[in-house]
Design a binder for this molecule. Structure first.
Ligand SMILES: Nc1ncnc2c1ncn2[C@@H]1O[C@H](COP(=O)(O)OP(=O)(O)OP(=O)(O)O)[C@@H](O)[C@H]1O
Length: 777
């Protein structure tokens, strides 16, 4: 049977030899053509279609911007739509292309990267006498030791091979003993290198994190960069993953670059000595090697994809995926009630798909580059190494003239060291040649590995440029945001601006309003416009003046700017005009959905104070218990005690959370309380008790509410009409309640022209929506 098969194979071999040869050539040809296309076409594309590519990247940015705006505002707004132009408008597109090009330079190994990197280095290594310098010093020492060890091991291997070839067992065992003895310091040095690299990475990370946290929490920058500025797509991703990657890459690159440099230097010296010992020319080898390395480096640089840009985009897409996950976690209950898992799943899937598509593209781009890199570094360099190593063997040696006296002495077995040193005899036995070859090969390997690591570091540096750009940009934006400098592409709608027009410097709005702190606890708003972060002017000019004890009721239809006024009073939104005078640190805001902090029940009440602040204020737990009684939450204290740590956002009901927020108000007792429908889920009797208690405590109320039962606690009223106009007056509660009753009566009557007219009139006076009028008519 085997003979049958072999005969068949023989036959088929004869029959198919020609076809096989053709097939092999076709496969090799196809592989080469694909290779050339994959490497060459992107190059060609880079030179020929550069602008288009940038516009494509702009489109990607636009998609991102749209996503971003949807996420932030709940409705789709973007710079092109809001100006009335369309995505297809070439003028707008090219203008934006230009602006985008100026703003977002592509991360690469360039001047911008060096400047950004130096900025980060100054943060990571703040002075010459810091822990990081000590760690880097230790790391450097171990790297140098490692290099010397490599050279020693290369020589040792050469000697071992020589004694094997010579069949000299005694010396072989001696060298082997040395080999094992070296292993102990070698493993220690290697482990220390790895340990120090990780320690340096952690130290760098800590410095960057501390710096970023300082900036993030300075002047409410965490709020400003999300609401008022559009430059940071996902701050959480930059604060966590990007910082970590920068720190670990820098630490890794330090070893990756310094050690190869030592390796190259020491290996070159050792190789030169070795070649010299064989009386060969020491220049030919380095010249050939340098030529090949330089050409390879140039070729690789030419065909290198934009790794910096690719990793920056990857980080951005990862950040978006994380963001979508985060939204589901924080809105789990609402989503579950709505049964909205299908929509959420589709959002998650599409975010994941965007990431995987990008990764696939990145892997494909890397594949061809890595292939070329391997080809050059593994095969071309090895071949060159073999040529260089073989030169001293094949080329005629520079045999120096041997002194006749020495020859005579050598033949008689005597040595005279006084004779001239340039009179040498080279032992060209097989064992010596083997030793030379093994040592030289090892040294060359050390050198070529070092060059390979240096060159592949270029890829790491370009990738580092991507992360560096993200972290450095974050620092810049946080610094600017804390100083009130924002960048958000906005186009004011002229028809809405009324008397007030936002002034622009380039494409950025200028906050020209003046802000003062009052010494007598007054609030004075003088001709201040209410302008959203998108530069929509909601109210062109507002003027009100409040003193402690002036309890203000704020009413008006949805979206008329009631909460926005609170944002301006609290300093969250810029003042674009007029003058604003507020007391410093005397206002306490309570929203409709209060924030529950991580911690125990006590932490919920005293937030944003810490326990130490509470002790300093001489407030005891007995006082907290009284506060909890005032807001009817004493049962929670009985149930959970003040010290139990729980997820209070999930545990407390909506009404309980609102009462907890009022407990917070009673704990802090500010001069002014900004209450934004903060008791809408609390029963009317408890709500009234709480309002009365607040007034009794001397807190002045600024209340946004739709509940008439709260009117009686207020003395002034600010009524917005939703068209940009407002009325500020003393509140006549009886009048207002009468109007409210009349309105309720009218609504139960049959429709008529008179009814509609009167309803419109009453709604105007009450500052309420005209919806009922529309429905009843
Ligand atoms: N961060 C933001 N960026 C852009 N526009 C915003 C932002 N926050 C609010 N707005 C817009 O400002 C306008 C006024 O909002 P505001 O929250 O002040 O309304 P409101 O009077 O409190 O309404 P409601 O009674 O519904 O709470 C709305 O049109 C809203 O879309």
């Amino acid at each position: 049977m085997p003979s049958v098969v072999s005969k068949f194979l023989d036959k088929s071999e004869q029959a198919f030899t020609k076809n096989q040869a053709l097939l092999s050539s076709a496969v090799i040809g196809a592989a080469l053509a694909t290779y050339a296309y994959k490497i060459g076409y992107p190059l060609l594309e880079n030179y020929m279609f550069k602008p288009n590519k940038e516009c494509n990247s702009l489109n990607n940015n636009l998609v991102k911007l749209n996503q971003h705006q949807v996420l932030k505002n709940g409705d789709v707004r973007n710079e092109i739509n809001s100006s009335g132009a369309t995505h297809g408008d070439p003028k707008t597109k090219s203008a934006m292309c230009k602006r985008n090009r100026l703003r977002n330079s592509i991360p690469n190994f360039n001047l911008a990267f060096i400047l950004q990197f130096l900025k980060l280095v100054r943060i990571m290594i703040p002075s010459l006498f810091c822990t990081e310098i000590a760690l880097l010093g230790g790391h450097t020492v171990f790297l140098i030791l490692r290099t010397f060890l490599s050279i020693y091991v290369a020589n040792l291997e050469g000697a071992i091979v020589k004694f094997i070839v010579r069949k000299d067992s005694g010396n072989f065992i001696k060298q082997l003993g040395k080999w094992f003895a070296v292993a102990i310091p070698a493993t220690f040095i290697n482990s220390m290198i790895r340990y120090l690299e990780s320690r340096i990475a952690l130290s760098f990370r800590t410095r960057l994190v501390q710096h970023s946290y300082k900036l993030y929490f300075q002047n409410q920058s965490y709020y400003r960069v999300t609401v008022l500025d559009a430059r940071l797509d996902n701050c959480a991703q930059r604060l966590t993953d990007d910082i970590e990657t920068v720190a670990s890459t820098v630490s890794h690159l330090y070893g990756q670059i310094t050690k190869p440099c030592f390796d190259i230097l020491i290996a070159a010296i050792a190789l030169a000595n070795l070649v010299k010992s064989r009386n060969s020319n020491i220049l030919i080898g380095p010249v050939i090697i340098s030529g090949v390395v330089v050409v390879s480096a140039l070729v690789l640089r030419l065909v290198s994809p934009r790794f910096g840009q690719l990793v920056a985009q990857e980080a951005e897409k990862k950040g978006y995926l994380r963001h979508v996950h985060g939204r589901i976690v924080s809105n789990a209950e609402e989503i579950a009630f709505y049964n909205g898992h299908k929509v959420e799943q589709s959002h998650l899937r599409s975010a994941y798909r965007i990431l995987t598509q990008h990764l696939e593209h990145m892997f494909a781009v890397k594949l061809w580059f890595v292939m070329l890199e391997q080809f050059l570094m593994k095969y071309v360099w090895s071949g060159t190494g073999m040529i260089v190593v073989s030169l001293p063997v094949f080329l005629p040696q520079v045999v120096k003239q041997v002194h006749p006296k020495k020859l005579k002495m050598l033949s008689s077995g005597l040595h005279d060291n006084t004779l001239s040193t340039d009179i040498e005899v080279v032992d060209d036995s097989v064992s010596e040649r083997t030793q030379y070859f093994t040592t030289a090969k090892n040294l060359l390997l050390t050198g070529s590995n070092a060059v390979e690591r240096l060159m592949s570091s270029y890829k790491d540096i370009v990738e580092l440029a991507g992360h560096t750009a993200r972290v450095a940009t974050m620092f810049t934006v946080l610094e600017e945001a804390s100083q009130g400098i924002y960048h958000k592409t906005v186009v004011a709608k002229k028809e809405q601006t009324g008397d007030f027009e936002v002034e622009f410097n380039g494409d950025q709005p200028v906050a020209k309003g003046k802000v003062f702190y009052s010494t007598n606890n007054e609030i004075i708003v003088k001709n201040v416009p209410i302008v959203t972060p998108n530069c929509d002017v909601i109210c062109p000019s507002l003027t009100i003046s409040l003193k402690p004890g002036y309890h203000l009721l704020i009413t008006g239809p949805n979206g008329c700017g009631k909460s926005s006024l609170f944002r301006i009073l609290s300093g969250l939104w810029p003042v674009y005009g007029g003058e604003l005078t507020t007391p410093k640190n005397s206002m306490f805001y309570i929203p409709q959905r209060p924030y529950m902090v991580i911690g125990n029940l006590r932490d919920q009440i005293i937030y944003p104070d810490t326990y130490a602040d509470m002790i300093n204020k001489q407030i005891s737990e007995a006082d907290l218990r009284k506060i909890m009684e005032l807001v009817h939450l004493d049962h929670i204290v009985e149930r959970d005690t003040f010290h139990e740590v729980k997820d209070w956002t999930d545990i407390l009901s909506g009404g309980e959370k609102q009462r907890m927020a009022v407990a917070r108000l009673f704990y802090h007792r500010p001069k002014y309380a900004l209450l934004d429908e903060c008791t809408s889920a609390v029963s009317i009797d408890v709500e009234s008790n709480m309002y009365q208690t607040a007034i009794d405590m001397g807190i002045t109320l600024l209340t946004i509410t739709h509940r008439p039962t709260l009117w009686k606690f207020h003395t002034y009223i600010l009524q917005f009409d939703g068209q940009g106009y407002w009325e500020f007056s003393e509140l006549n509660c009886v009048n207002r309640l009468n109007l409210k009753r009349e309105k309720d009566d009218l609504l139960s009557k049959p429709n008529s022209k008179e009814k509609t007219a009167r309803l419109t009139e009453i709604n105007r006076k009450l500052g309420e929506d005209d919806n009922e009028v529309l429905i009843s008519s």
